[in-house]
Design a protein around this ligand. Structure first.
Ligand SMILES: *Cc1c(COP(=O)(O)O)cnc(C)c1O
Length: 382
């Protein structure tokens, strides 16, 4: 039988459908109680009593608002790794800021701290470390540097939800953490995102920014001024910032509420599959793992190899029913970012063409991994 092994596959079932049915029964599917429940559940999950969560319609929106909330002067510089999804870079441009691309470490493919340090100028205002593929950046070094230089740190956690670093959840270490629930990510809500922050001073503004600038607390204030039960001002709100339409809705929140309950299990399944991949593939002169996988309390999203003869391998795997992908091309290779290319990220440029993403999802079985490993090995033996 011809195999058809997908690269990603959302792990969704009747629990998500039951939650959605509840919203249908209540005929409330927009921004409402389910979104609030999801935000509370995430606060509990991160085990950060001082933290606040704001649910959004994507991580792209989260990254946009994370920079927007600080009102940095136009043209200020934001340091981002060159190997990331374009949303990280777009968030900088959306805000009228300037992306400065930082190289990655050859051993980990994560943002290089030594290159980061070199690229800080008087105009730098923030760093966006991306825990690419789910492997952690060197957060101790990045936080130390940020503190010394008074820079904000916005963690792009679209690849690493549930992963820990030094016993803390990734995304709770910097000033703001941005998460994705896009279909392919660690958990999904179809599309969705979330901001986590311990900086309470940002929360009111972030809540306004996600909902076209409407301050939900205004009508409560007006109501308290009208001591009578009748409240002719129930419709009243004020807008004092240029907000966006970035809120999550209750339908997505229903899916996310159930996915969060399964998150640790899903990360665990992926950990076991990665461990089995590494065992079956063994050492080779033709390929090696992209990341030094650290499989404890991890939130890996990708199983990625650095391979020789990538294009022919892709075709060979495709012929054998195995999907592959490439995450990610350096952002400065996209025409939109050519003008920001200083040709100073040599490791990204020299090595990105080797990286290949292999199937990793919760329906994958060990025998699928056996088959994929055998197919890869047979390619190089011929
Ligand atoms: C997927 C991804 C995003 C964007 O997430 P969306 O929820 O689809 O907007 C941002 N950064 C990285 C690194 C990603 O992989």
């Amino acid at each position: 039988m011809k195999k058809n092994i997908r690269l990603f596959q959302p792990y969704i079932g009747k629990e998500e459908l039951e939650q959605i049915k509840d919203s249908f029964d209540k005929t409330w599917i927009g921004l409402g109680n389910k979104v609030s429940i999801l935000e509370e559940n995430f606060k509990e999950y991160f085990n950060e009593p001082d933290g606040e969560c704001i649910a959004l319609n994507s991580a792209t929106a989260a990254l946009h608002l994370a920079l927007n909330v600080y009102d940095f002067p136009k043209g200020s510089e934001v340091l981002i790794p060159n190997i990331t999804f374009v949303s990280t870079s777009h968030a900088v441009l959306y805000n009228g800021l300037k992306p400065v691309f930082v190289d990655v470490e050859e051993e980990t493919f994560q943002m290089s701290v030594s290159d980061l340090e070199k690229k800080i100028t008087k105009k730098t205002v923030a760093i966006i470390p991306v825990h690419f593929g789910g492997h952690y950046c060197d957060m101790n070094a990045i936080m130390r540097l940020a503190k010394k230089k008074k820079l904000k740190v916005i963690e792009d956690c679209a690849n690493c939800l549930g992963g820990k670093y030094d016993n803390k959840y990734l995304g709770t270490i910097g000033d703001i953490g941005c998460f994705s629930f896009e279909e392919k990510k660690n958990m999904t809500s179809g599309d969705g995102g979330l901001i986590f922050t311990k900086d309470k001073s940002l929360v009111v503004k972030l809540n306004k920014l996600r909902w076209v600038g409407i301050n939900k607390d205004t009508w409560k204030r007006i109501k308290s001024q009208n001591s009578k039960d009748e409240d002719p001002y129930h419709w009243y709100y004020e807008v004092d910032v240029l907000g966006y339409k970035y809120n999550m809705n209750d339908l997505s929140a229903c899916i996310a509420i159930e996915q969060l309950k399964k998150l640790d299990k899903m990360n665990n399944i992926r950990e076991n599959l990665i461990s089995y991949y590494l065992e079956k593939l063994g050492k080779s002169e033709f390929y090696k793992p992209t990341f030094p996988y650290d499989l404890n309390n991890s939130g890996y999203w990708l199983f990625s190899l650095r391979v020789k003869d990538k294009n022919n391998l892709i075709n060979h795997l495709k012929k054998n029913g195995i999907a592959t992908g490439v995450h990610f091309m350096p952002n400065t290779l996209h025409p939109l970012y050519h003008e920001y290319d200083k040709n100073d990220t040599p490791i990204s440029y020299n090595h990105w063409e080797e990286i290949l993403t292999l199937p990793l999802h919760c329906y994958l079985e060990n025998e699928d991994v056996d088959y994929i490993a055998t197919t890869i090995k047979s390619f190089y033996e011929n």
